[in-house]
Design a binder for this molecule. Structure first.
Ligand SMILES: Nc1ncnc2c1ncn2[C@@H]1O[C@H](COP(=O)(O)OP(=O)(O)OP(=O)(O)O)[C@@H](O)[C@H]1O
Ligand SMILES: [Mg+2]
Length: 287
């Protein structure tokens, strides 16, 4: 047992030392539902993977989980099977398109965030058994602002808020960001505008949104960019092939790749402490 803990601690130190080996944990959230969180989570994960990053997507929307369908994998088990000790971590993780790994959260993600220290230690040992380091963990969240979502956001390294140009979506995005800022003023927040009709309008609305955040909340949000409305996107979901795979040189693929590049630049530019990694470090007594 002691040896195992020592191995875990070493694994964790390896992860935490050097150039950012601890994974960045990014929650993709929105206030309003149906704005494109799952579409963006899946396509952005594939884009990051194509850029050489090792990516794990967690479907954290246990109401309407559908990332597995989008990624073309069949998820038999989820995180709660692992947490209950019924399955090894390797049994709940699946290989999806273009090397993106996938874990279905089920009710497990919330269990995880409510866990005691011993259980967290067990999870960490599961993660350290992965044969590869993960650079990014992308958590696709459900819609609405509730305690589960807030727990997940506050445990992440950063959050991507997705909105569309509709005033209701923007108001809900504002409400979500306000709630985050109230709980943690320094939590890094990125914003993506999805399904806009034209680029100029998207940029104008995004810049206006940033100004309002800054003026009303004293919060500097990062603008990751926009994805234009593309009628082939709903089609790609029906065909279970993400648009970045089916139309790799298309407009939407380019929009997503530009966002991925901006995310890499913004994330790298900041020294963001990884809360989950810090939590694990405390659990295992490494600091
Ligand atoms: N850029 C886009 N252009 C056109 N349609 C889009 C675009 N992005 C997403 N959609 C469509 O919008 C709908 C909602 O997308 P998605 O399921 O990704 O949203 P969501 O925010 O995850 O929803 P939920 O809140 O239910 O989880 C889908 O039918 C999807 O095909
Ligand atoms: Mg969704």
């Amino acid at each position: 047992m002691y040896e195992r803990r020592k191995d875990q601690a070493q694994g964790l130190r390896d992860r935490m030392s050097g150039s950012g080996r601890a994974p960045k944990v990014i929650t993709v959230a929105s206030g309003k539902g149906g704005v494109g969180k799952s579409t963006i989570s899946v396509n952005l994960s594939i884009a990051l993977s194509q850029m050489g990053k090792s990516v794990l997507v967690i479907d954290a929307d246990f109401g309407l989980a559908n990332v597995d369908i989008m990624l073309g994998v069949a998820a038999k088990y989820n995180l709660s099977h692992f947490l209950r000790g019924e399955k090894d971590f390797s049994e709940i993780i699946q290989m999806g398109l273009d090397g993106v790994r996938f874990v279905s959260g089920g009710s497990g993600l919330d269990e995880l965030l409510r866990m005691d220290e011993g259980q967290l230690g067990m999870l960490m040992s599961g993660l350290s058994k992965l044969d590869t380091d993960i650079d990014y963990i992308i958590c696709d969240a459900g819609a609405g602002i509730n305690d589960n979502l807030m727990r997940m956001i506050l445990a992440s390294t950063e959050t991507i808020v997705v909105t569309t140009p509709e005033p209701t979506a923007i108001l809900d995005a504002y409400a979500l960001i306000k709630t985050i800022v109230k709980r943690d003023k320094f939590h890094p927040i990125h914003v993506i505008m999805n399904r806009s009709e034209n680029r100029r309008e998207a940029d104008r609305v995004l810049r206006g949104f940033k100004d309002v955040m800054s003026r009303n909340l004293g919060k500097d949000v990062d603008l990751l960019g926009h994805v234009l409305y593309d009628r082939d996107v709903p089609q790609s979901i029906k065909q279970q092939t993400p648009i970045i795979i089916s139309q790799p040189d298309g407009r939407t693929a380019r929009d997503i790749k530009a966002i991925a590049q901006t995310l890499l630049n913004t994330s790298a530019a900041k020294d963001v402490p990884n809360r989950l990694a810090r939590l694990f470090a405390r659990v295992m007594g490494t600091r």
